[in-house]
Design a binder for this molecule. Structure first.
Ligand SMILES: Nc1ncnc2c1ncn2[C@@H]1O[C@H](COP(=O)(O)OP(=O)(O)OP(=O)(O)O)[C@@H](O)[C@H]1O
Length: 360
């Protein structure tokens, strides 16, 4: 009898402990979720502003942020792309954001918006552009990103003004390593893994120190960890697409590797993948470079504007680019292998991120 009572008491304590632990976990999750978002409902426009909590965002007044966002106009435009227009939102002299406006003209674009948010909200890496929040209204959506003061890599490589400074080799190399690290993080460290699907020089942005930040997950799609590809109808930009994509229509991490190889070629040659002269000659950057490599005249393709560089370093990055551009996807290295190979070229070291520093 005493044993039965003891067993009943034991079971009751176990059940109570189990229920209490679930309640505590649910409360903690709810608090964490609440802490993550600052919400403002705008009764005037019928829209909703969501800002993800961070020290930078906490210091801002959400209503003032919303007011300034609603006042963005053509004079604030800093760029435009396939998805919409990008504006500079200045909160004060020292705090600014990049706001991408996406017109909600089709259900497909709506799904793109949701995908972009899902993929980006929790992604924090020094080589990935941070998404700070979004605004959603009946007719359009806004994505609020950190502003990259040096714009995009294509702007720096192919800037229109002739007196713009030429990117030197050290900067190009640093950008290649940073972009590779950002992409490797998406491929290997994010759960679910992320295929970018539109790697190109206009989606590599540059901060004040010319540190590369991978941006634009408008076409990204989350992958389940056990899947090796996702299917899609249209993804990517002509000139950057891997050859197998035209047969399969499937975006894969090895497709991203190929596109990254094209970016490396742009850094080395200073030529756009769809340069007009290539189109006139019925060729493209990758085909042209491969033909020159076959003739063993690699030096001929290197950007003539580059002055001080180590030939050995350039040659090594060139070989890495050629590995990325292997026609057979399985022969291409992974992004983490590419990071290692690139780092070995110069034993290049960044100043460690505070977050990455071991706690003493
Ligand atoms: N966070 C940002 N900070 C500074 N400039 C930006 C930022 N995001 C975009 N831009 C600028 O706006 C331009 C357009 O960007 P957007 O991502 O809309 O289009 P894209 O990458 O050029 O083309 P696509 O839409 O086909 O990917 C970029 O080339 C860049 O110059």
């Amino acid at each position: 009898m005493a044993n039965a009572n003891f067993l009943a008491l034991y079971i009751t304590i176990c059940v109570l402990a189990f229920v209490a632990s679930k309640l505590i976990i649910a409360t903690l999750c709810y608090r964490r979720w609440k802490r993550k978002q600052m919400l403002v409902q705008d009764s005037f426009s019928g829209g909703k502003l969501v800002l993800f909590s961070s020290p930078k965002m906490k210091a801002l007044k959400t209503n003032m942020f919303l007011n300034k966002t609603m006042k963005l106009s053509n004079k604030d435009i800093i760029g435009s792309g396939g998805y919409g227009t990008v504006y500079k939102l200045s909160i004060n002299d020292s705090v600014s954001f990049a706001v991408k406006r996406l017109n909600r003209i089709s259900a497909e674009q709506d799904r793109g918006f949701e995908r972009e948010l899902e993929a980006m909200a929790d992604i924090k890496h020094r080589n990935i552009v941070t998404l700070h929040g979004y605004y959603t209204a009946p007719n359009y959506n806004l994505l609020i990103y950190e502003l990259m003061p040096n714009g995009s890599l294509d702007g720096l490589l192919y800037g229109k003004s002739s007196n713009e400074r030429v990117l030197d080799w050290t900067s190009r190399y640093k950008i290649a390593v940073g972009a590779a690290r950002g992409l490797a993080y998406l491929h290997h460290d994010c759960i679910p893994h992320i295929i970018h699907r539109d790697i190109k020089t206009s989606n590599i942005l540059l901060d004040q120190n010319l540190e590369a930040r991978v941006s634009d997950f408008g076409l990204a799609k989350l992958m389940e960890p056990d899947k090796t590809h996702v299917s899609t109808l249209v993804a990517g930009t002509f000139g950057y697409l891997a050859p197998e994509y035209f047969d399969t229509g499937r975006a894969t991490i090895k497709g991203d590797v190929y596109s990254f190889g094209v970016v490396l070629l742009e850094l080395l040659t200073g030529k756009k993948p769809n340069d007009e002269t290539f189109i006139e000659e019925g060729t493209k950057l990758v085909t042209w470079v491969k033909a020159v490599v076959e003739e063993k005249r690699e030096g001929y393709v290197i950007d003539r504007r580059l002055e001080d560089y180590h030939v050995e370093e350039v040659n090594q990055v060139f070989s890495i680019a050629m590995m990325c551009l292997e026609p057979e996807p399985s022969k291409r290295p992974t992004m983490s292998e590419i990071v290692k190979m690139l780092e070995q070229v110069k034993s290049y070291q960044f100043v460690p991120d505070l977050q990455e520093m071991p706690i003493a």
